[in-house]
Design a protein around this ligand. Structure first.
Ligand code: SF4
Length: 398
């Protein structure tokens, strides 16, 4: 069957053309049902996807003018539908499934399996559901009220939620199997900030992005803030800092402008908010009152790899009140270290096959804890496959 380019450009193959047709026929509930059944996080993806590289970037109208504003249409339909959506509530369960972590991967699997008559329990280490969606994406990009509405639907489906529960710290994966959970899904994300490993990193004015974004209200950053990094998280941090009292925010990049990894859209918003970029500088030491910054140069090592290094003798004090390091994150190891038989790679990411099976029978994983930090829609894409694998496993092997 012919598939439009916009759908081909969407990682979860959203049936955009059909949804728009139903909308134009004033059949919004049908359009909403179509979107939700294809993507349980449609209401979130339409707000946080890189549409310019995905659906809208592939729209044929964009070749000669402006593409269809697919994200706005999806948002309109999904918002409408979530208000009227009445989830199916099962009474004859096929078995218990434990979902550890309620970020994009965990939510996708919880939704999918609850609608297939599984008795789903979410174990969430924070006090509210959402993982990176709630504690890593700022309010101005993804309002918490959207997550609250989704959480309400989880309860309506009969999903049980155990907040403030860290699996591995007290209850273990072995306890879950003892208690007749047929399958365990790990979607715990990546919450351990990567360090720069330079002197002074433990000083009081140096913070990490993933920790800052969790609750910016509790930080007193002062008026001048430096953000180290060039990805989307760095842009989120810069924009959040402005909304919490910073008057000057500089984004420090150790390479040039062409190597910014953040979406163009996010870079533009950060600039509109007032952020200024400083390129080709590397932090060589954090000191009271700021950072020692050096100019950088690129060299090619003996293995033909490009290495960026500070140029000795060029260090100068860059004065600021606080610094936020936004370079990347890795997984915390508490589940894996407390559970026998789950293999991880050298970065601590859980090893799985292509359908999410870990090295331990009955334990599945997907999302950032497997791939490292990726997009929300990518976590949904693979988690739909993993939900099918869990369903098959419980149906055929338990
Ligand atoms: Fe576009 Fe993301 Fe929606 Fe797909 S899920 S149609 S990429 S906004």
């Amino acid at each position: 069957m012919y598939e439009p380019d916009c759908t081909k450009g969407c990682p979860v193959a959203t049936p955009i053309r059909d949804a728009i047709r139903l909308l134009l026929e004033s059949r919004i509930p049908d359009a909403g049902k179509l979107l939700l059944e294809n993507n349980p996080l449609s209401i979130i993806c339409c707000r946080v996807c890189s549409q310019e590289n995905q659906c809208e970037g592939h729209c044929v109208l964009g070749r000669k003018g402006s593409p269809v504003h697919i994200s706005a249409i999806e948002q309109y339909i999904s918002d409408y539908y979530l208000n009227i959506y009445k989830p199916k509530v099962s009474k004859n369960f096929k078995g218990r499934v434990a979902i550890i972590g309620s970020g994009p991967a965990g939510l996708t699997i919880a939704f999918t399996l609850a609608q297939r008559d599984y008795d789903v329990t979410i174990f969430e280490q924070n006090d509210q559901v959402g993982g990176i969606l709630r504690y890593g994406i700022p309010e101005f990009r993804l309002p918490k009220s959207v997550l609250d509405r989704l959480t309400q639907k989880l309860y309506e489906m009969g999903i049980k939620i155990k907040p403030n529960t860290t699996i591995g710290a007290n209850i273990t994966v072995d306890d879950l199997f003892r208690d007749d959970f047929k399958a365990v899904f790990i979607g715990t994300g990546v919450w351990r900030p990567s360090k720069l490993n330079v002197k002074g990193e433990s000083l009081g004015h140096v913070h990490y992005a993933i920790e800052y974004l969790r609750n910016p209200n509790v930080y007193n950053l002062g008026k001048k803030v430096a953000v180290i990094g060039a990805g989307n998280v760095a842009m989120d941090v810069a924009r959040t800092a402005f909304r919490h009292g910073a008057q000057e925010v500089n984004i420090l990049c150790y390479k040039d402008e062409s190597t910014i990894t953040a979406r163009e859209h996010e870079v533009e918003y950060a600039k509109i908010d007032g952020a200024e970029f400083i390129f080709n500088k590397s932090a060589v030491e954090f000191v009271d009152g700021g950072i020692m910054l050096a100019d950088t140069e690129i060299i090619i090592d003996e293995n033909n790899n490009e290495i960026v290094r500070p140029i000795p003798g060029t260090e100068k004090l860059y004065e600021c009140d606080s610094v936020i390091v936004a370079i990347s994150q890795g997984p915390r190891a508490v589940i894996v270290s407390s559970t026998k038989g789950i293999e991880v790679n050298e970065r601590g990411l859980v090893k799985t096959d292509e359908i999410g099976r870990t090295s331990r029978k009955g334990v599945f994983a997907s999302g950032d804890v497997v791939t490292g930090a990726k997009t929300v829609v990518e976590a949904v894409r693979i988690s739909k496959i993993v939900a099918n694998a869990i369903d098959d496993y419980i149906t055929n092997e338990c």
